[in-house]
Write a protein of this length. Structure first.
Length: 68
């Protein structure tokens, strides 16, 4: 379930990957390989928090890969 803070919506990694149509392991591999710039926000436990812009950026990357 997305988190609402200061009028912004944040998604965890699993939610963002599901919205983008990608496997979480693929996303993490892309970050390690520097094929995708990691997200800016993290929660107090260090878990990634995706903004709407981050999820759109991930969707664009997924669509780009699928078309190639």
């Amino acid at each position: 379930m997305p988190l609402q803070l200061d009028g912004k919506t944040f998604y965890n990694t699993q939610e963002a990957c599901k919205l983008a149509g990608i496997n979480k392991d693929t996303f993490l591999r892309w970050v390690r390989q520097k094929k995708f710039t990691d997200v800016e926000y993290r929660d107090r436990n260090g878990w990634r928090l995706f903004t709407e812009d981050d999820t759109l950026r991930l969707k664009t990357k997924v669509n780009h890969v699928k078309k190639s």
